[in-house]
Design a protein around this ligand. Structure first.
Ligand code: SAM
Length: 341
């Protein structure tokens, strides 16, 4: 005789996986828990942004049900993002709820780090596995210019605390902007030697409604050439954790790693395994494509897990083959804060 939890596991195993029209297996869901943020990064925040109402924002119980449905058809990895996820009250409660769903193997988070020192220990205890921290400058005045906030020390303390409580590996995401922070590429790379940091350089995507729209992207190729010229040969590295779009390397004598995310110049759509849930309850198959499917109303109408799973399947069906950033596509009418970066 099978016990209730065994029945759930058997059911999950017997369900087919989530596969899109191009035969890509989708097992990774990024969830924006809020569109609110305590920073105003020039490349992310829009000029005329109005916070979404609480009524329109998914409640934790609603996110829980959607993730239950996603897990029932093969989603195993969840990343919480925003907006800034840590400005949402009691986030560790949500982490605990999601980490306990059968089939969910990993809950991680992307954060700006300003509140991380305060919450790292309780997030870890709730079941969060690891964090990515966005940090674009190690210089207080430039950090303030890019983010609109005087919080560099809070972020650095957040990174240290996350490492101390075991939210590892902590990955540091730097968006490189020509003429603004590209003079710090080497400083960040040196941190992989002196501080064991895992740094990832991200190409700037020119979102249509961000304050900063001009194309001042520095390509992964340019960044790699600079680092190898100044600091030594980049040795390919295959990390044990994560299988996203970054290509990883190590410098000689470093404990840390360097990752390069060619968001614009390299198309990694063929390997894409993810979709997004926006904070207002839209399933978004691609960050850069405005096609969305509303799942919030279905949850609020009381749809069951199988019905919600069918809605998720329908989102996979409309996932496009690839984006066209390298040939000048301007991504999205919605800002990164709304979609969840
Ligand atoms: N507030 C959290 C944070 O700062 O990490 C999570 C949300 S933020 C939108 C997620 C990531 O998107 C950050 O690493 C941020 O640097 C990145 N991002 C935002 N706008 C971007 C853009 N235009 N191009 C490239 N990356 C961008």
């Amino acid at each position: 005789m099978t016990r209730p939890h065994q029945q759930t596991i058997l059911k999950i195993e017997s369900m087919s996986n989530l596969v899109d029209s191009f035969n890509r297996e989708i097992n990774y869901m990024r969830i924006s828990v809020t569109d609110r943020c305590d920073l105003r990064c020039i490349y992310c925040a829009s000029t005329n942004f109005k916070d979404q109402s609480h009524e329109n924002t998914l409640r934790y119980e609603e996110i829980y049900r959607i993730v239950q449905a996603a897990a029932s058809i093969g989603v195993t990895k969840i990343r919480l993002t925003g907006g800034e996820p840590l400005v949402r009250l009691h986030l560790s409660r949500l982490v605990g709820m999601l980490a306990g769903i059968p089939g969910i193997e990993e809950v991680s988070m992307t954060t700006n780090g300003t509140l991380l020192a305060k919450y790292a220990a309780e997030l870890k205890a709730a079941g969060l596995k690891r964090v990515n921290v966005s940090l674009d400058s190690l210089k207080p005045d430039k950090f303030a210019y890019i983010t609109g906030g005087d919080k560099l020390n809070d972020v650095l303390l957040g990174i240290e605390t996350a490492n101390n409580v075991g939210l590892v590996p902590v990955k540091i995401n730097m968006v490189v902007l020509k003429g603004i922070n590209d003079d710090e590429i080497l400083d960040f790379a040196r941190k992989t030697i002196t501080g064991g940091w895992n740094v990832r350089y991200i190409e700037h995507m020119p979102f249509s409604n961000a304050k900063k729209q001009d194309n001042d992207m520095v390509s992964s190729q340019e960044i790699m050439s600079l680092i190898s010229k100044e600091l030594g040969e980049l040795v390919p590295h295959h990390p044990r954790v994560g299988n996203g779009p970054a290509k990883y390397y190590k410098l000689p004598n470093s404990n840390g790693t360097l990752g390069f995310i060619g968001a614009v110049t390299e198309c990694f759509c063929a390997q894409c395994n993810r979709f997004r849930l926006t904070s207002d309850g839209k399933l978004r198959p691609c960050l850069l494509d405005d096609d969305e499917i509303d799942i919030r109303e279905r949850v609020r109408q009381g749809a069951g897990i199988e019905e919600l799973a069918a809605v998720i399947q329908s989102a996979a069906v409309i996932k496009r083959k690839q984006h066209h950033l390298s040939s000048g596509q301007k991504p999205s009418a919605r800002s990164m804060r709304q979609i969840g970066g």
